[in-house]
Design a protein around this ligand. Structure first.
Ligand code: GLA
Length: 673
């Protein structure tokens, strides 16, 4: 089951972060590498924002300082993840190509002195990006220190949609390729509405801000186009590098922090998936959001080990209140990523910047210096990870899949939906959270994937569902799977047009129910659901359902449809399809899922509250990663050796409050295989 570790050169879990030596004098570089060694750092990402210092004017390159930095790192046994600096074109580029600037939906032309800024559709930007990537690959493609390429930075942020003249030209080409004829475009977009019908290609514009809502089908296509343009930039740079270099190539995703890019498609283009993750301070259980990001990253990468390219040692600097991590939190976060499949734990950034927009962002080496809690924890984490080399390549398996479909999110997020309380992220989190608390490991999947290996598939928010994908889900149920579908799913097709037959019609066979009318609730009001005589509280949304064979598992007690079905269950073929037409609170959802588990033949792990346990399956052994988020020690029935401490246990492993363990144990089946 083990994969080849991503970098045979690195015989360890990779540990380190973004390194920006150009912000510091040479004396500091020497101190940096000495301290990196002390911290156990073995990989740093270099050059991500260095374009202006590498290509000092158009076609004039200066690699001398980068040569020096890379050689210094190499002499000290530290490998390099080499960035292409194309997220930050130099001033000379914009002076020469003012037309290559990004234009917002409202028509504002973006200025210089930040990052991003360049239109991904501007031919001059594409040419310049490929040129600098080529020069870097020529020079460092065989350098023994360089083990990985890091193309660009976080595609889709801060530049996603672009309404510049170059983008509009490219958009028309993209539409021509997609639809072939104007008739097909008019039909797909439903332009008979509000008199939008087009008679000439030249009249088709980007969906710029307008007096009222712009055609949602047009906007959905523009989201697809944006993703396509960004990916084309990546592919162009990647291919330029591949022509001269042998190392693997990645670009850093933002799994659940940005929905601009369709990571399922992106993951097919990279050699190894990498992700950036930052806790969202208002979320007081950020470890659950973190676990979602990690599981999604692993899933888009097909289950292969991945790289945590960035996270923070403590506070970030870009949220309304930037909350510092508490002692031990950085280590817990790191181990959760590792448990969920990461073979590299990296940070933004090595040394805190003195100047610039990110000077209040935490780092491995803070402004306070080495005599600081953060640096001591960084050193301790490096030491701990140093004992985990054998974990590399092992895989996580899951019995449960949650559907995560970027196209559906793009469509659902457009204007004039039936309620502004419809929120796909919220629904996914609600279902995921129950699994997390029950100790059940989850993969994410697309509705068109082969789902037959999962006992349970949950669709918390599948607003857009193509007929082909609906058939796939129906086959999954017929084949013996258990499917749970939450409200406002199966509503529209790929053009954001309501399905013929009405809401949920494509899933009628699998679920035995369809939706006659949406019945959204006023904010602050609730509806009760009768669950075996117990009242479950729900809010935000209800529906008027029409039964087409399903049994009513629970009916509404009140709200707009008292006595009508709220939750249904349907046997189809060898499986079961559940439909939940409302938003139960956490206790209500727990009650429903308990019964769903029984249908699916899965059981909660029964781990103590606050204890996160994930198993990675290796060839000779399994590795159980245990993270204790609770304030009290917790004991787990597990035999094996904690690789972090060397302590062996026969059956009871106790993890201190806030502590972590990585236990080598005998291999088990279980989970998807
Ligand atoms: C992102 C970027 C980094 C840095 C961090 C700060 O992830 O990739 O360059 O700005 O955010 O949190």
């Amino acid at each position: 089951m083990s994969a080849t570790p991503p970098w045979p050169e690195l015989e360890a879990i990779a540990y380190g972060g973004d390194y920006n030596p150009e912000q510091w004098p040479r004396e500091t570089w020497r101190e940096d590498v000495a301290l990196m060694r002390e911290a156990g750092v073995n990989l740093v990402s270099v050059g991500i924002f260095s374009w202006a210092l590498l290509e000092t004017s158009e076609g004039v390159f200066d690699f001398s300082w980068l040569d020096e930095v890379i050689d210094l790192l190499h002499e000290n046994g530290i490998s390099v993840d080499l960035g292409t600096p194309t997220a930050s074109p130099p001033a000379w580029f914009f002076a020469r190509h003012p037309d290559a600037r990004v234009v917002t939906r409202e028509g504002a032309v973006m200025g210089f002195g930040s990052r991003g800024m360049a239109s991904h559709s501007a031919p001059a930007y594409r040419r310049a990006s490929v040129r600098i990537a080529t020069e870097l690959a020529r020079r460092y493609g065989r350098h023994p220190a360089v083990v990985l390429w890091h193309v660009h930075n976080e595609y889709g942020v801060p530049v996603g949609e672009d309404y510049s003249p170059h983008a509009v030209v490219a958009w028309r080409e993209w539409l021509r390729a997609r639809y072939g004829t104007l008739e097909a475009l008019n039909s797909a977009w439903g332009t008979a509405f509000w008199g939008q019908h087009y008679g000439e290609w030249e009249h088709v514009g980007a969906p710029a801000a307008a007096p009222s809502v712009v055609n949602p089908a047009q906007r959905l296509d523009f989201a697809r186009f944006t993703d396509h343009q960004l990916r084309a930039c990546f592919v162009a740079e990647r291919d330029a590098i591949r022509a001269h270099a042998a190392q693997p190539i990645t670009t850093n995703f933002m799994a659940n922090q940005s929905h601009t890019t369709d990571l399922w498609a992106w993951a097919r283009e990279v050699d190894i998936v990498s992700d950036d993750h930052y806790l969202w301070a208002p979320d007081t259980e950020g470890e659950i959001g973190l676990a979602i990001a990690a599981d999604l990253t692993r899933s888009v990468g097909g289950g292969k080990p991945w790289i945590l390219m960035e996270h923070s040692t403590s506070a970030v600097n870009w949220q309304p209140q930037n909350v510092a991590k508490r002692p031990g939190e950085m280590t817990r976060n790191s181990l959760t990523h590792l448990g969920r499949g990461a073979d590299a734990i990296l940070f933004f950034q090595w040394r805190a910047s003195r100047s610039g927009a990110e000077k209040f962002h935490s780092s491995m080496l803070p402004h306070a210096g080495t005599d600081s809690r953060v640096f001591r924890e960084v050193v301790a984490l490096g030491e701990g990870l140093g004992r985990l080399a054998e974990v590399r390549g092992s895989r996580v398996r899951a019995d449960v899949a949650i559907l995560w479909d970027f196209e559906s999110f793009w469509a659902q997020d457009l204007e004039w939906r039936p309620s502004d309380l419809l929120d796909h992220d919220e629904r996914i989190r609600a279902y995921y959270e129950r699994f997390w608390r029950d100790g059940i490991t989850v993969d994410f999947a697309l509705p068109g994937h082969d789902l037959s290996g999962y006992r349970l598939v949950v669709a918390p928010a599948q607003y857009l569902l193509t007929l082909a994908d609906a058939e796939n889900l129906t086959r999954y149920v017929a084949g013996g799977g258990t499917l749970v579908v939450s409200y406002f799913s199966g509503v529209v097709d790929e053009h954001d047009a309501v399905h013929e037959g009405g809401y949920l019609a494509p899933l009628q066979t699998a679920l035995g129910v369809r939706v006659e009318e949406f019945l959204p609730l006023r904010e602050g009001t609730t509806a009760g659901v009768d669950w075996d005589g117990k009242r479950l509280e729900a809010d935000a949304w209800t529906e008027d359902l029409v039964l087409v064979g399903a049994e009513v598992r629970a009916a509404y007690l009140d709200g707009p449809a008292p006595g009508r079905p709220a939750i249904t269950r349907h046997r189809h073929g060898n499986g079961t399809g559940w439909y939940v037409s409302t938003r139960p609170d956490a206790a209500g959802l727990a009650a429903v899922l308990r019964e769903v588990y029984a249908d699916a033949g899965i059981a909660p792990a029964g781990t103590p509250a606050g204890l996160e346990v994930v198993r990675r399956h290796g060839e000779a052994a399994d590795y159980v990663v245990v993270v204790n988020h609770a304030d009290a020690p917790a004991t787990l029935a597990l035999a094996g050796t904690d690789l972090l401490t060397g302590t062996a246990s026969d059956n009871g492993l106790t993890v201190r409050a806030g502590g972590v363990a990585v236990v080598r144990t005998h291999p088990s089946l279980g989970g998807r295989h």
